[in-house]
Structures are given as structure tokens and as C-alpha cells.
Design a protein around this ligand. Structure first.
Ligand code: AMO
Length: 437
């Protein structure tokens, strides 16, 4: 068993001799003694060093990896209400010396660098506690999602990344050389989640999605993850929206509980959930936007980023006490081949987006579950049914009325934390220019 004590546990060890290990976050030398601020995955602590130990650190830079054995004592604090501890070092061991100065200063409250510098140096900038917090929150979102879906009795599926045909249509897909033929990287787990739904009825999973997005925006990546969901035997789209709402109502309080320190460090408060997320049609949403702002986008087939922002940060909080709104009934021209058409209007689809935090975070809807209709929809989108034979086999051999949704992991993380660019919420982001680190 390791004898290492984690920094967060030091306050319970007053007067004891302990061993901690971590990175030298900061370092300050006086004439006869000095201080090292040590950092591990749980926090920071000050270590008081004697002259001989300062000698050991000579020539070493911050980020050197150290092991310190010493006594936990109370730290004199300016604020009498704050009880802090520090360690009086008895034995200093250098586990990994760093001799070159780190390229970006990472020991301030946050990394003060532009986005490219931050990402180019991700290997070290991620060590800054405020940066590190982002991916603790992201992990908690995933755990919350899984817990919600397991609670419903649904089955987690691990979807493939290499596939034959592009699931979302369009030109935004990558091809890879697969032995002597061409494969694509999945744009989503759409086809596979439907196929597995026709076995397990309720399926979910975290997929990898690849989109050959040529233009870098603050909300698009070329590689991202989706919280996927698909459910059979639904009676209406409401059955799907209920789980999209249910998942978020579970995940956000979960993150508030599990990541209270991280949210505090980043100064984040989450938007109100309200009693129930409102549901409005796209036409209605655009009309409300026009009435509320004077901006007329009523002839547009989609919401603009500005309209998404207004709806979820102005309209929904004011009218429904919620920072979230479902927008339904998107035109058929804007939705892929698998989305079910409105039986009363073939130009309309039974689909929805969930807009929250000022941005679209979920897309979903009902699916075509009739074989002939699905073949026709594939043709209508200019695609070749032969490329989708494995998929349409499911329609041929029985698929219940069904629907589902996809929610971007990085998109959600970005918005939960109020980050300006989705790349900040992506641990190793890829875009047109970036393929490293
Ligand atoms: P859609 O393409 O709308 O739907 O994607 C679903 C959700 O994934 C996120 N997202 C992205 N995140 C980062 N970079 C991108 N380029 C990007 N594109 C999308 C968004 C979006 O709401 N199969 C359907 C979902 C379904 O109907 O089940 C799909 O992929 O958060």
C-alpha cells in the first residue's frame, strides 16, 4: 500500500508526519529557508524548506516532481476563520528534475495565453488547476448520464468508428484507406444505435463522431463525442424529449454535487431548470424572436446562433423559469434521411433540438420505421440505398416506432462552464489546422 497522503486529506493529519508527492507548482527562496507550493490531483499545499533542502532544489524549475516527508502544521493565515495547513519538510526526494523553464506560465490562477498557445502547450497547460477542472466536470457529466440511463434500465453500447457509409449524409465526412477500399469515420452512431435499439429497445452510449467541418467556429470540432440515445415503442416524440430532459435534470445536479470545488474555482452557476422545459415549434420560436427583438428570421429554415441565445437566456427564463427550450418541427430539407416526416405535412419533420445555455446542445426526433419509406427517403436525399443495406435490413425485419437523440459532450461541457470556444472544452481538439498534440 502506498504511504502517500493526498493534499486534500492533510487537514485531518495535523501534527502527524506524512509523505506527499506531486509537482512543484511554485517556489520561493529566502536566505535561510524557502517555500515550495506542491500540487497533486487534489490541490495545493505549501511546504516549508530548510537551507539544505533549498540546496537540493538548486537549478531545478517549477514542475519538477517531488516527494516530501514532513510534519503537518497549522499555517498562519491572514484570515483567522480560514484554517490552512502547511508541511515542514524533513526529507525531500526529487522524483523527476525539470531543468528547462516551462514554455507557458501555468502557476497563476489561470493560464494567461491565447487559445492556440494554450492548446499547443496542452501537455503542461492542462496542469493548471483551473484548466484541469474542465475535464473533471466533463467526466462527471458522463458519469451522470450513465447513471441516469442505467437507472432507466437501458443498455450501454460501444459503437464502431470505422464504417462503410456516412450516417448523416452530406459531404462532411472523412474517408480512410481501409486495406484496398475506402471506409468512412462515423459521423455519429445513428445507424448503429437504431440497429441495437431493435434488440435492446433502450440503448445509450458515448460515441465518437467525425465531421469534415472546413470552417473553424467556436462550437464545431472535426472530432467530438456524443451522448447517444435511442428508444423503441415510443408513442410520440414526447417520449424521447422526456429522456433528453430527464438526463439533463439528472446530470446537472450530479455535476453540482460531484464537482462543487471545480465549479467554484471556475465561478460557474448553472442556469435554472424550471418545472418543465418549454416545447415550441420552430415557426413559433422564430415568431417569438421577431416579436421580442425586432429581428425577422421567420423565413429561415433554422435558428441562428443569436436566436438560440435569446430563446434560452431571455425568453425561456422569463416565461418558464428555465434556461432550456425544446424547439420542434424542423423542415425536411434540414434533417437527415432517417428522420420521420410529419404525416400531415411532408415538408415538416418530427424532430427537435434542445437549446440551452444560449446554444443547441441536443438534436433528436422520431425515425422512419417503414422499409419502403426509408428506401425512398434515402433516394430523396440523393443517396444510394445499396450503401445502406445493413441498416435497412432492420426496417425489413421489424423495427418498432422509435426515436432518439444525440448530445455533444464537448458542446455541453463548453456551455456548462461558459467557455468562449468549444476547443477549451476538448482535451485534445482537432480542427482543419490542428492535429496535435
Ligand atoms: P447532430 O448532427 O445535430 O445530430 O449532432 C448532435 C449534437 O452533437 C453536437 N455536435 C457537434 N459538436 C461539436 N462539433 C461538431 N461539429 C458538432 N456537430 C454536432 C451538438 C449537436 O446537438 N444523429 C443525430 C442525433 C440524433 O438524431 O439522434 C446527430 O448526429 O451538440
Amino acid at each position: 500500500m502506498t504511504s502517500r497522503t493526498l493534499i486534500r486529506d492533510l487537514s485531518h493529519k495535523m501534527g502527524e508526519t506524512v509523505t506527499i508527492a506531486g509537482w512543484m507548482h511554485r517556489h520561493r527562496s529566502m536566505s535561510k529557508f524557502g517555500f515550495a507550493i506542491m500540487r497533486d490531483r487534489t490541490g495545493l499545499v505549501q511546504v516549508v524548506l530548510e537551507a539544505s533542502q533549498l540546496e537540493q532544489l538548486k537549478g531545478l524549475q517549477v514542475e519538477s516532481v517531488l516527494k516530501v516527508t514532513g510534519v503537518v502544521v497549522e499555517k498562519k493565515s491572514k484570515d483567522p476563520h480560514v484554517k490552512e495547513v502547511e508541511i515542514q519538510c524533513k526529507l525531500l526526494e526529487i522524483l523527476s528534475p525539470v531543468r528547462d523553464a516551462v514554455p507557458v506560465n501555468i502557476n497563476n490562477a489561470d493560464v494567461e495565453a491565447n487559445l492556440d498557445t494554450l492548446l499547443d502547450n496542452r501537455v503542461v497547460t492542462l496542469r493548471n488547476p483551473k484548466q484541469r477542472a474542465i475535464f473533471r466536470v466533463q467526466a462527471a457529466l458522463v458519469h451522470g448520464y450513465r447513471e441516469y440511463m442505467e437507472g432507466q434500465g437501458f443498455t450501454e453500447i460501444f459503437f464502431p468508428i470505422l464504417a462503410g457509409a456516412a450516417s448523416e449524409g452530406g459531404a462532411e465526412f472523412f474517408t480512410v484507406n481501409y486495406f484496398d477500399r475506402e471506409a468512412t469515420l462515423t459521423q455519429s452512431a445513428q445507424l448503429y444505435k437504431q440497429i441495437t435499439m431493435a434488440v435492446y429497445e433502450g440503448v445509450y452510449g458515448l460515441s465518437y463522431s467525425f465531421r469534415a467541418e472546413k470552417f473553424a467556429t467556436s462550437r464545431h470540432l472535426t472530432e467530438f463525442n456524443q451522448f447517444e440515445f435511442e428508444l423503441g415503442f415510443v408513442e410520440s416524440m414526447e417520449d424521447v424529449m422526456e429522456h433528453a430532459e430527464g438526463a439533463l435534470r439528472y446530470m446537472l445536479p450530479y455535476v453540482e454535487r460531484e464537482c462543487a470545488d471545480e465549479l467554484k474555482l471556475r465561478g460557474v452557476t448553472l442556469p435554472p431548470l424550471g418545472e418543465k422545459f418549454p416545447r415550441i415549434s420552430l415557426a413559433n420560436a422564430l415568431q417569438l424572436y421577431k416579436e421580442g427583438t425586432g429581428i425577422d428570421e421567420t423565413s429561415e429554415p433554422d435558428l441562428s446562433p443569436a436566436a438560440e441565445k435569446w430563446l434560452s437566456t431571455v425568453w425561456a427564463p422569463k416565461e418558464h423559469g428555465s434556461g432550456f427550450v425544446f424547439v420542434t418541427d424542423y423542415p425536411a430539407s434540414k434533417r437527415p434521411f432517417y428522420v420521420k416526416l410529419d404525416p400531415n405535412n411532408p415538408n415538416n419533420t418530427q424532430s427537435f433540438d434542445l437549446v440551452g445555455f444560449g446554444c443547441e446542445i441536443i438534436s433528436g426526433g422520431l425515425r422512419v420505421n417503414n422499409y419502403e419509406e426509408q428506401i425512398q427517403r434515402i433516394k430523396d436525399k440523393g443517396l444510394n440505398p445499396a450503401d445502406f443495406e445493413d441498416y435497412t435490413m432492420m426496417h425489413k425485419y421489424g423495427i418498432p416506432p422509435e426515436g432518439g437523440f444525440g448530445m455533444g459532450l464537448q458542446r455541453l461541457t463548453q456551455n456548462v462552464l461558459g467557455l468562449a470556444n468549444i476547443k477549451e472544452a476538448t482535451i485534445f481538439p482537432r480542427d482543419v489546422q490542428r492535429l496535435r498534440p
